[in-house]
Design a protein around this ligand. Structure first.
Ligand SMILES: Cc1cc2nc3c(=O)[nH]c(=O)nc-3n(C[C@H](O)[C@H](O)[C@H](O)COP(=O)(O)O)c2cc1C
Length: 306
């Protein structure tokens, strides 16, 4: 028997596999495909206070080893979520994590303030990659100062654990992670998608109506591993790693570079049972490598010293 449990300090998971925001709908859509009680936790599609229509189509394009999306954080808004979705999700024992969005610092605070009145939420994941209307569309994740401010405000509003989700579109990821930690974040998750674009050489037009989108999938895994490694070496709080995980072995690589848990994103769009399959593959890896506790692998990367 392998011990797959994962202790994030503020939250204990049955296994380290978490379904990533935006690729798992509001959870209910996944009910026909997998038993929600088998995954470690799930993060729902980003929630703003008000409903958002998202960007015009086309907003998804496949690229070599990946996917570029410009969904534009389409969503039903916090009130509709609380009234129509949340009551159905309460029947599950699996921790539910809400991905919180905002066009302003105040909106993040307002979403949390509303959700604080509700039972059945294990933690908030702050999506600090949302364009901020007051700062010419720049998102807080791009600056350590803006990250600190938003996390501090969320900390004040929330009695629940906060996970801050970092963007890879920065030069110095460690400074942003440290800012989130200093402001009171309980954990860091990374990486969100990488800013990208795709072009049709026949029409000479961009393939996305929004021109730019976020690249995800296997193509980004080496970058994600590098960033998770850098952050895990420098923060004291747990790191949740992800980006391009398609198999159990991919997940193991993230644990070895220091992630305590992993997030599965694009893989869910190809195989809605990916999170379950990856959990089994992690177990098989442990069996074949004589690993009794999954936590033994965290930060277990062997670095040859000169
Ligand atoms: C279609 C799509 C929608 C996404 N929506 C969100 C979102 O609402 N909030 C968020 O924080 N991340 C969102 N993401 C980012 C994923 O949660 C994940 O961090 C990223 O895709 C990298 O992991 P992956 O390569 O396993 O997909 C989205 C990704 C995709 C592909």
């Amino acid at each position: 028997m392998i011990d797959l449990t994962c202790d994030l300090g503020f939250l204990k998971l049955r296994n380290p596999v978490i379904a990533a925001s935006g690729t798992f709908g509001y959870g209910l859509e996944m009910e026909p495909f997998l038993d929600l009680e088998t995954i470690g936790a799930y993060v729902l599609k980003g929630l703003y206070l008000k409903p958002k229509p998202g960007n015009p189509p086309p907003r998804l394009v496949e690229t070599f080893g990946g996917l570029i999306n410009s969904i534009g954080l389409q969503g039903i808004g916090t009130e509709a979520f609380v009234e129509t979705i949340l009551p159905h999700l309460r029947k599950y024992n699996t921790p539910l994590i809400i991905n919180v969005c905002g066009e302003s610092d105040e909106e993040y605070a307002a979403v949390i303030e509303r959700l604080e009145k509700e039972e059945g939420i294990a933690a908030y994941e702050l999506n600090i990659s949302c364009p901020n209307v007051k700062q010419e569309g720049l998102c807080p994740a791009l600056s350590a100062e803006a990250t600190y401010t938003i996390v501090k405000l969320a900390r004040k509003e929330s009695h629940r654990p906060l996970i801050t989700k970092l963007s890879p579109n920065v030069t110095d990821i460690v400074s942003i992670a440290l800012a989130a930690q200093e402001a009171g974040s309980n954990a860091i998750s990374l990486i969100n998608t990488i800013l990208a674009m795709a072009v049709n050489a026949d029409t000479r037009k961009p393939l996305l109506a929004n021109i730019f989108g976020g690249l995800s999938g296997p193509a980004i895994k080496p970058i994600a591993l590098r960033m998770v490694f850098q952050v895990a070496q420098n923060v004291k709080i747990p790191v949740i790693g992800g980006g391009g995980i398609m198999t159990g072995r991919d997940a193991i690589e993230f644990l070895l570079v220091g992630a305590r848990a992993v997030q599965i994103g694009t893989a869910n769009l190809i195989d809605p049972q990916a999170s379950c399959r990856i959990t089994h593959e992690i177990e098989e890896y442990c069996l074949s490598h004589g690993v009794k506790k999954i936590s033994e692998l965290v930060g277990g990367l062997i670095l040859d010293k000169d």
